[in-house]
Structure formats: structure tokens, C-alpha cells
Write a protein that binds this ligand. Structure first.
Ligand code: NAP
Length: 441
């Protein structure tokens, strides 16, 4: 009997794990279970709408989804439609690839004020994630503070400066496109608690900040060191040197009137969000770097702003029964092994870092564990899942259903845009059903 594997989560880690299992010599039956009707996780909802080429990897995932041993079960949520222990009892192996969907918290006073919106939610909103369709952020403001100097912080800052002309050929939903287009934000502060050398962004993304129609990057040349110091691999040092060179170019730029000023500010750690019910400003402490860590200097300053977007990393939410490693914020695991017949890959295994292809390494690792650990299938797998979901009346959708949703999205796209995303689960399900009815008729 083939070994039955349930992969929970259809982002890059899920698909790379499925792909590695498909390519293994062993006989697997692989079910990818996804809480939304739509597959691809961060590829669809995390990758910035203006970085469509990064999404091309979903074509490879599609080949995996259509491979013989693989089935897709969309609109099935672990913890809501099926319990973790139930899934374990149905499958020889369960692989958790659920990512980290929640925002990391700053842990400072004022974080609960209206207008503090973490990057997971904010990006989700402008990327058409159904959980955030109704977020409705107030962008009728003069200034924004983005906390963190990683690639997500740059995504948020860049998108907020983009014009309708720059965004219309993307799949950004109309609700976000209209709100961003009608905003007249003058200043976007991007705060790093450490220095330019310690910033996490990559150079291609940093350089993009200098190529915007309306936005102009500003940085104080005095804070950019002459050279990269500190212990690091030669390759990392070269990448950091490139960032410093780009920041030096930014420091020399003329700032024309009417531009949105993207103000990079380093050595500044947020200590309090100011205002009444709504955000009115941010209080920060100047920091010094001591043994690689940001240490407060006792000198404070404030900036007025109407929106604070912490882009400082992500947190997990795990279904009941799945052990959390509280220190790392991941599922408790040793190199992807969680428990007997339970594995993890991607962010939920190692934390929210790395590029999309890092998940390929994870997928191969976990597929290798399963190859080594489980030789014979003993559990009902797909048949059992089908029966249980049907009995519970769960409206699960197949990959073919998703393809119908996708066709409807492509057909409805703005001119030049790749698709018009459905932004509610109901609309996605209706699209799958509508097309099915048309085909039947
Ligand atoms: P990240 O790269 O880890 O950056 C997080 C930033 O938040 C860092 O600057 C960090 O500073 C800062 N931070 C953390 N806690 C803080 C606190 N309490 N106060 C102030 N600052 C704090 O994370 P990310 O930007 O969320 O990106 C996640 C992963 O996705 C990364 O691997 C990223 O490269 C990848 N990604 C890639 C792309 C792309 O390639 N285009 C786009 C988006 C995301 P410290 O360094 O001091 O901790």
C-alpha cells in the first residue's frame, strides 16, 4: 500500500515537500490540505504585487499539484474542519508547512491603538488576502512609520509610494489601489534599531527604492560607515558593501518638491506609540551598537505619524495538540522531525527567514526523513479524509476547482494585469461553482 502523506499548507514549503516526495522512488499518495480555497500561500499573498515575476514559481508548483500521486484539498482548515490527532490517525505521515501568518509584536506601550497595523495584515490587505479585505486602513495621513529594515519593510514602504500608473498592471485589488492612489503621504520613515551594515534587506530590493516615480529615498550620509566591519562571511560582507554603496547614492540625491520622502533612519528603536485612540506619533530611542546588539543611549525623539507598520517578523498559530517551541516561535522539531509520523518544513520549522528556494532544501530534508522512517502505508489516507470531510459537510475544493477560480480571475483582470483576485472566500467558492455550472450547462 502506498504511504499516505498529508501536507498541511500549500505555500512554497508544502509544494517543495510534495515535489520531493513525487520525485522519490517510494510509492506515495500525497494530499495537500490548505485552509483557503486558493493555493500557494506566501507566493500569492506575501510576494509583493509589483514583483509578479517572483510568482512564476507557482507554475512549477502547478506541475506538482497535477502529478499523479498528488491531490489538493482547498478550503479545509486544520483545527476547524479536522483535528490534528484525527489527521495523524488518517495518514502515515503529516507534514506541517503552515508558515507563520501572524505579526510579531513590538511589545511597547500604545501598540493597541488604531493605526498600528503589522506587515502581515497590511501586506495581506493590499495583496487581496481574504482575512484582511476589510482592514480599511486610514491612509488620509501625512506620515507613516515602518519599523524594521528587512525586505518586508521595503515592500510596504515602496508600495505606499507607488502611483496608479505603477500599480494598475499588478493584481493589487481595487480597494487597495484606490486607497493608496488617493493617499497623499509626505513622509515614510523606515526605522532600523541597528545600523546600515546590520540591515536585513537585500540590494536589489534596496535599489528599487531609488527607481520610484513618486518616492525618493533619503538617508543621512553621516551614518553610513566607510566600510563593512565585524565578523561575517566574505560573501555577506560583499552584499553589505553593495548596500552601503546604494545608501551612499541615496544620500547624494536631490529631493524635489512633491515627492514622497522615504526616510531611512538607523540606530533608532521604537519605545512608545503615541496618541489617543488613534496613532499620532512614535517615540524612539537612539541606540548604539554593542557587540552586535542595539543598546539604548538614553536619548529620545518623536516623529508624528498616522500609521505605524511593524515589519519585524512573524509568529505562528498552531492547532491544538501541535507542540510550540516558545523560544524559537516555531513548532517543536529537530531538523524537521516533530513526533512519530509528524514533520515540519519551511518557516514553521526554522523561523521566518530565507528566500523562497530555502523551502526547497526543507522539502527535500523532510521527504528524506519520510523515505527513511516509513516503508509501508498502514493508514487510510485520502479515502479516509474524503469520507470524513464529506460526512462533516466541508465544501472542499480540488485543484481543478482552483483552476476555475484562476480562470475567472484572469478573465476579470484590469488591462495589463495578470489577474483580479477574489478577495473573499465566498467569492472564490462561488467562482468555482459558477464555472462548474456553466460547464455543466
Ligand atoms: P527580517 O529580514 O528578519 O527583518 C526584520 C527587521 O525587523 C530587522 O531589521 C530587525 O532588526 C527588525 N526588528 C525585529 N524586531 C524588532 C523590534 N522589536 N524593534 C525594532 N526592529 C525590530 O524579516 P522580514 O522583512 O519580515 O522578511 C522575512 C523573510 O522574507 C526574510 O528572509 C526576507 O528576506 C524575506 N523576504 C524577501 C523578499 C524579497 O526577496 N523580495 C521580500 C519579502 C520578504 P534586527 O536585525 O535588529 O533584529
Amino acid at each position: 500500500m502506498s504511504v499516505s502523506v498529508a501536507i498541511v499548507g500549500s505555500g512554497p514549503a508544502g509544494f517543495y515537500t510534495a515535489d520531493a516526495l513525487v520525485k522519490s522512488d517510494a510509492d506515495y499518495s500525497i494530499d495537500i490540505i490548505e485552509r483557503l480555497p486558493t493555493p500557494f500561500g506566501l507566493i500569492r499573498y506575501g510576494v509583493s504585487p509589483d514583483h509578479e515575476t517572483t510568482r512564476k514559481v507557482s507554475k512549477a508548483f502547478e506541475r506538482t499539484a497535477l502529478a499523479d500521486p498528488v491531490r489538493y484539498f482547498g478550503n479545509v482548515e486544520l483545527g476547524r474542519d479536522i483535528g490534528f490527532e484525527e489527521l495523524r490517525s488518517l495518514y502515515d505521515a503529516v507534514v506541517l508547512t503552515v508558515g507563520m501568518p501572524l505579526d510579531q509584536m513590538l511589545g511597547i506601550p500604545g501598540e493597541d491603538k488604531a493605526g498600528v497595523i503589522g506587515a502581515a495584515a497590511f501586506v495581506g490587505w493590499y495583496n487581496g488576502h481574504p482575512d484582511f479585505t476589510d482592514l480599511d486602513p486610514d491612509l488620509d495621513i501625512d506620515a507613516v512609520a515602518v519599523i524594521g529594515v528587512g525586505n518586508v519593510a521595503l515592500d510596504v514602504a515602496r508600495i505606499l509610494t507607488k502611483t496608479r500608473a505603477e500599480l494598475t498592471a499588478t493584481d493589487m485589488p481595487d480597494h487597495a489601489l484606490d486607497a493608496i492612489d488617493s493617499a497623499s503621504i509626505g513622509d515614510i520613515h523606515i526605522f532600523g534599531r541597528r545600523g546600515p551594515v546590520e540591515a536585513k534587506f537585500s540590494n536589489v530590493e534596496l535599489r528599487e527604492m531609488g527607481e520610484l516615480e513618486k518616492g525618493v529615498p533619503i538617508v543621512d550620509g553621516a551614518v553610513i560607515p566607510d566600510e563593512v566591519t565585524g565578523e561575517m562571511a566574505e560573501r555577506d560582507a560583499r552584499l553589505k558593501e553593495k548596500n552601503l554603496a546604494t545608501l551612499r547614492e541615496f544620500a547624494r540625491l536631490e529631493v524635489e518638491d512633491g515627492k514622497t520622502r522615504l526616510r531611512f533612519q538607523f540606530h533608532a528603536a521604537p519605545v512608545e506609540i503615541l496618541g489617543g485612540e488613534r496613532v499620532e506619533g512614535l517615540r524612539l530611542e537612539r541606540t548604539k551598537l554593542v557587540e552586535g546588539r542595539a543598546v539604548g543611549s538614553g536619548e529620545f525623539f518623536e516623529v508624528p505619524c498616522g500609521l505605524v507598520v511593524p515589519a519585524i517578523g512573524y509568529r505562528a498559530t498552531l492547532p491544538e495538540g501541535v507542540p510550540l517551541d516558545a523560544r524559537r516561535g516555531t513548532v517543536e522539531n529537530t531538523d524537521g522531525r516533530v513526533a512519530d509520523g509528524v514533520y515540519a518544513a519551511g518557516w514553521i520549522m526554522r523561523g521566518p527567514t530565507g528566500v523562497i528556494s530555502s523551502n526547497r532544501t526543507d522539502g527535500r530534508l523532510v521527504a528524506g526523513h519520510i523515505d527513511a522512517d516509513i516503508k509501508d502505508g498502514k493508514k487510510p489516507g485520502r479515502e479516509g479524509l474524503n469520507a470524513l470531510l464529506t460526512e462533516r459537510g466541508v465544501n472542499f475544493i480540488s485543484y481543478a476547482d482552483w483552476q476555475k477560480i484562476e480562470s475567472a480571475e484572469i478573465a476579470a483582470a484590469r488591462a495589463g494585469a495578470p489577474r483580479r483576485k477574489f478577495v473573499t472566500v465566498d467569492d472564490m467558492l462561488a467562482a468555482a461553482a459558477d464555472t462548474a455550472q456553466r460547464e455543466a450547462g
